[in-house]
Write a protein that binds this ligand. Structure first.
Ligand SMILES: [Zn+2]
Length: 134
């Protein structure tokens, strides 16, 4: 599954800025699925040390604490399970695929930022060269 770089950048930024609901609305719209709910605190059945989990029964992403609400990796990993169960209730996708999905978003958002800073740097080097030769 390829990830749109502009979407990745926006979604990662929204989550980091504490606008997780907005990011989930955007993701749901993009992938054509319902908007999942998100709650702080794990359900009682999941007291093991996990950072987050997804419940297909109530279409809710649960995160360990309020800090994890701002963690793009956790939110995107759990959104992947929502995405998969939206397609087929019996298949939440593997942990590996959920992690790959989240990783791609973060990678794309970083790649774009790196690309922008590269362009700025490149423009600066060119200007410096022109100054040198003129
Ligand atoms: Zn998972």
């Amino acid at each position: 599954m390829s990830v749109d770089p502009d979407l990745a950048r926006l979604v990662v930024q929204l989550i980091s800025d504490g606008k997780v609901e907005q990011s989930l609305e955007l993701l749901a719209k993009h992938y054509g699925v319902s908007v999942p709910r998100i709650r702080v605190g794990l359900p009682k059945s999941r007291r093991s040390q996990v950072l987050g989990c997804y419940s297909a029964a109530d279409q809710t992403i649960y995160v360990l604490d309020s800090e994890k609400l701002k963690d793009p990796f956790v939110v995107l990993h759990e959104f992947y399970h929502h995405l998969r169960t939206g397609v087929d209730k019996r298949h939440r996708g593997t942990e590996k695929l959920a992690t790959t999905f989240a990783g791609k978003f973060i990678e794309e958002s970083h790649a774009l930022r790196a690309h922008h800073s590269f362009k700025v740097q490149y423009a600066w080097v060119n200007t410096a060269d022109e100054n040198k030769t003129s």
